[in-house]
Design a protein around this ligand. Structure first.
Ligand SMILES: [Ca+2]
Length: 148
């Protein structure tokens, strides 16, 4: 009876692990230090859906409508085709990253806005006036080499 329980336990563990191997699908962003990550949230105060970017020194996001196709994007399962255009309302910028955002796709729509941490992760619970639900493109760079 003890062996049967062990077999079931191993089988359950295998099913759990095999269901979690999608590299772009995680339920939290504890997979890595926040310092090297930028996290965009659907609502203010880090609420709603989130999409996280990390894994390269330079990450370009020319269209948030296609953000989930970006090879450096990570998000929760079930959100593979979520349209992030004009949806972002709060952001976490890891202390090693600099984030520049634009209101139109392909880095257009007037002057961009740059979020540059200084020594610790930057938590933007509400976007600056005029930027909520407007971001359509972005560039992520090392903190000392912000995109222009
Ligand atoms: Ca926009």
């Amino acid at each position: 009876m003890k062996n049967l329980f062990l077999i079931f336990s191993v089988a359950a563990l295998f099913l759990f692990i095999s269901g979690s191997t999608d590299k772009n699908s995680y339920s939290s962003y504890s997979e890595l230090s926040s310092a090297d990550m930028v996290v965009f949230h659907e609502h203010t105060n880090y609420g709603g859906k989130q999409i996280r970017f990390y894994g390269a020194s330079d990450i370009d996001i020319p269209k948030f409508s296609e953000a989930t196709n970006n090879k450096n994007a990570h998000y929760d399962s079930g959100q593979e085709s979520y349209n992030w255009n004009d949806k972002i309302s709060s952001i976490m910028i890891g202390k090693n990253k600099c984030l520049t955002v634009w209101k139109d796709t392909n880095y257009g729509g007037g002057d961009p806005y740059t979020f540059k941490p200084s020594g610790s992760d930057k938590h933007v619970y509400r976007l600056p006036s005029g930027w909520g639900d407007k971001i359509s493109s972005a560039k992520i760079r090392p903190v000392d080499n912000c995109a222009k």
